[in-house]
Design a protein around this ligand. Sequence first.
Ligand SMILES: [Zn+2]
Length: 280
Amino acid sequence: MREDLLRGLAAPKPVWPDGARCVVSVTVHMDGPALEVGRKQVPLGIHSRGRYSIKRGIPRHLDILARHGVPATFFMCGYDAEIAPGLMREVHAAGHEIAAHGYVHEGWDLGDAEPELLERTHNILSDCVGEAPVGWCSPSGRKSALTLPTLRRLGYIYDASEKDDDTPYLATVGDTVSDQMIVLPNNTVSLDDVPAYREGQALAAEVLENWIQELHAIHAGAGYLHLTYHPRSGFGSGIPARAAVVDAFLAEARRLPGVHFCTLKDLARHCLAQPQEWAR
Ligand SMILES: [Zn+2]
C-alpha cells in the first residue's frame, strides 16, 4: 500500500523513546498447562498443547529473540511458574520482562476472589525471578471494577488488556484518571496469532503477510506496534513453521528505519515520565 495513503489513515503520532519513528513491543503469552488446568481439563493427550510451550516453544523463541537482539515481554500464569520455575528464571535471565497473566488463566468472572488471586500470582512471579512484575494482561480479556485498583496497590504501572485504541493512554483506576498507570492496548484482530490460526485457519505464510502489512501501515502511521503470540502448539506459534513467521517478521521490522524495540515495561516508563502527553 502507498505510504501517503497509509498516512491518511493514521492516528496522531506520539513521541516515542529515542525519537523513534515506530516502537515494536513483542509480547509472548506463555499459556502453558495453566490454561487447561483452569478449564478443569487434565493436561494430557489432546490437552497437552500448553506443555509444548515449556518443552519446545519458549526455548525456540528465546533463540529467535536472542538472534535478533529483541527484548520481549512474557506474560506468565502463576501456576505455570510453579511447575516450571527454572524456565521462568531462564527467560528473565535472558533480559526479558516477566509480567502477570492470571493464576490459571482465569477468563471468567472472579467476583470478590479477584484481589487475592492477583496478589497470589504477583507473589509467585516475584519470588520465582526475584523481581516484581509491573505489567498485567487479562487472560481472555476479562476485567472487573476490582482489577486495576488491586494492580495499582501492588505497584503495577501498566495494563495491556484493552483493544480500543492505536496508541497508549492513561488508565482510569477507580473513578480517577491515573498518572501512574498506562494502558498499552493490544490488537487481537490482526497482530495476535490466535484469531488467525484458530478462527481463521490461516497458513503460516498468510499470517506473515498480514503481520508485515500491519507493520508497514503502523510504521507509516502512529508508530505503536504491539505483537502478541503464544509459544504453544495448537492455536499458537510454537511449532517450527509458525516460529519462522515470528523470525521473519522481526527481520523485516529490524530492516525498517527508525524502529525501536522495547518491552512493555520500558514503554510504560517512557509514557509515565510525561503523563500529560497521554491524557485523553
Ligand atoms: Zn493467555
